[in-house]
Design a protein around this ligand. Sequence first.
Ligand code: URP
Ligand code: ZN
Ligand code: ZN
Length: 467
Amino acid sequence: MKTLIKNGTVVTAGDTFKADVLIEDEKISLIGNALSADGAEVIDASGLFLMPGGIDAHTHLDMPFGGTTTADDFFTGQRAAAFGGTTTHVDFALQQKGETLIQGIDMWKKRAEGNAVIDYGFHIAITDPGEDMVSQIESLPAAGVTSIKLFLQYKGLFMVDDETLLKAMQAAKKAGVLVMTHCENGDVTDIITKQLVSEGKTDVKYHLEAHPREIEADGTSKVVAFAGVTGCKLYVVHMTCKEALHELSLGRAAGYKVMGETCTQYMFKFEDDMRVPGYEGAKWACGPPVRTPKDAEYIWKSLTDTTLQFVATDHCSFDFEGGKDGKKPGKELGKEGFHKIPNGIPGIEDRMPVMYHNGVNKGRYDINRFVAITATNPAKALGMYPQKGTISVGSDADIVLWDLNKKHTISAETHHMNVDYNAYEGMEVKGWPVRTILRGKSIVVNGEWKQEKGAGQFIKRHEGEFL
Ligand code: URP
Ligand code: ZN
Ligand code: ZN
């Protein structure tokens, strides 16, 4: 099966140029001018821009958490991602207590298989630390999993102590595995939360007090120092504030292999959105929490000056009004107290258009940097490059056709995520993915769904690069 995309403008992390792109057997086979169709199906991309399919490095689909399970499973979450121009994501598999890391990965594979509609990989989040866990890290690359997540948060659930953190980083360095960290401090959150609850301070807004920015910075400082000591490659997930970014930049200046990710919501949702009267603010409860517009400006700057390398979503969807009409319980679980709100914000569908419109159209970075932070950099750091994350001969034909003039107003009424609210409700974006192509197959065309359930593939990742 051959497809020729004609007359478009190709955008990569490095270049923007007019070219035709020929696809054969799921791969890009030729890029050039005036290529002949020679029996290929022709897609006319006149006036459109061809960008690599988005790669979301941080998602939680079908994940049990906070007394319920995320609203999106692998089918609904991935389908929504495709509508928004994302063709690959890397989800967090959770090790189960008493089980091995590989068993955790196998369990998440079962959740995806038969449901997947885009390509996917897994990080494994370590929840049962110990000597045995450390020795298992070296077995991961053979399974195509080259990143682990360690939580400094969620005491009694996922949190690891310093001994485990250090030993895991040493083992990861040896095995060529990337360490990803959630930088807060579960002890601090636990103590402050108990104090607040005992004082009857259980409103949504107190979530912010239980997750101070100083503690995110402190956690970041610690993992950066440990990365310096061990020499392992580090990727700090969901960074939110100036203080934490400062710690990351100190590590980068010192020559440590440390990188940082932010998530779309941290540029658009703020502490004041959580302080509104009533329960509405629970929609934005996540950890680390949303911060301030000033932090958002610092994040935008850090994406441009390369302190930050990645924008992901941390897509973790819970209905605002769940638990009825056959829906899973959602954010309403926290009406008893902020500490019971299932943490997380949806966004897997919105990331690409929101970051294009607010980044490129508003002059914060250029279109090539947009491709870098949303596709190429995650592909490189997570060991999928050049199979994914670029438009080059031999790469998977994961291509999104963008109409840079098409406007769209984001709304929960029209989105495809299986969740009853949207973080970007009412935002008008200019620049829209009109066709999403996965390994040569058009899976969304002008808002029409074309993909078969189960056609998404698990991507075996190799050791990633430091960026
Ligand atoms: O609140 C969040 N971020 N939920 C997802 C779990 C995590 O820590 O990434
Ligand atoms: Zn986290
Ligand atoms: Zn997460």
